[in-house]
Design a protein around this ligand. Structure first.
Ligand code: CAA
Length: 258
């Protein structure tokens, strides 16, 4: 499928999606988010793909929602279209893991898009921020909720109220990103991580993703119960027998997603 605002490549069970609106620092307009939702849905249903990496350019993962597209819109336009809700929901429905690989700016909707992925790795050049306050609005694709869960209330308030940017070291220290890598190594490193995940049982990978994401949605007691039920259920799979058998036989497991 050809896209106008994305470049999608598949190699060794891993899909790489590059946001591609270089003239606007990958600002997220309706077309790009629509294409992204479509691409993710197609990759989720593609048997050749086991893990997805989402990246931008060296200068910008994405510099936010497209201000030119939004500036003249009214409340009726925004509320009527439920602006960016369908795309956000489509991304949340993807069952395969999505790694955000962030270089340069991840601002506003760009930071929010990275946080919608399953985890974020970034280059030393990354700059995260929720500068919507400077435009007279608040974040609109989950920033006030997700950033607070990632970095805690104090830092999230600071970021949203001042609009300041967070560099890679602070992002790693605060738990927003899982790893920081040297510039130029970002995409190879993200692809290497994705290939490691692609070697696991797809069933177990989906179970991990569901269980960790459930921690956002429920109480500790319910979340632990949900996890325990998944843990028990995986004993019905061949991959559990293979994984534990391979450990005992001191060999690498060969998972078959059964
Ligand atoms: N929307 C539309 N266009 C954007 C954009 C955005 N969010 N960010 C950058 N661009 C465009 C610029 O308008 C410029 O285009 P022209 O050459 O046609 O003028 C081009 O990208 C390059 O940008 P700059 O010249 O500004 O580049 P810079 O290196 O001087 O600055 C920057 C980089 C600090 C990221 C700056 O571009 C900037 O502050 N961008 C806006 C960041 C922002 O406010 N993001 C939040 C958007 S609102 C949002 O996201 C709401 C939500 O939660 C849903």
């Amino acid at each position: 499928m050809a896209y106008q605002t994305l470049i999608v490549e598949i190699e060794d069970s891993v899909a790489l999606i590059r946001l591609n609106r270089p003239d606007a620092l990958n600002a997220l307009n309706s077309q790009m988010l629509g294409e992204l939702a479509e691409a993710l849905k197609a990759l989720d249903g593609n048997d050749k793909v086991r893990c997805i990496v989402l990246t931008g350019s060296e200068k910008a993962f994405a510099a936010g929602a497209d201000i030119k597209e939004m500036s003249e819109k009214t409340f009726v336009d925004m509320f009527g279209a439920d602006y960016f809700a369908p795309e956000g929901e489509a991304i949340a429905r993807v069952r395969k893991p999505i790694i955000a690989a962030v270089s340069g700016y991840a601002l506003g909707g760009g930071c929010e898009l990275a946080m919608m992925c399953d985890f974020i790795i970034c280059s030393e050049t990354a700059k995260f921020g929720q500068p919507e306050i400077n435009l007279g609005v608040v974040a609109g694709i989950g920033g006030t909720q997700r950033l607070t869960r990632f970095v805690g209330k104090s830092k999230s308030m600071d970021m949203h109220l001042t609009g300041r940017f967070m560099d890679a070291a602070e992002a790693e220290r605060s738990g927003l990103v899982s790893r920081v890598v040297a510039p130029g190594k970002l995409v190879p490193e993200a692809l290497a991580i994705a290939k490691k995940i692609a070697e696991k049982s797809a069933l177990t990978v989906m179970a991990v993703k569901e269980a960790v994401n459930r921690s956002y949605e429920t109480t500790l007691r319910e979340g632990v119960l949900f996890e325990r039920r998944l843990f028990h259920a995986l004993f019905a799979t061949e991959d559990q027998k293979e994984g534990m058998g391979a450990f005992l036989e001191k060999r690498q497991p060969q998972f078959r997603d059964r």
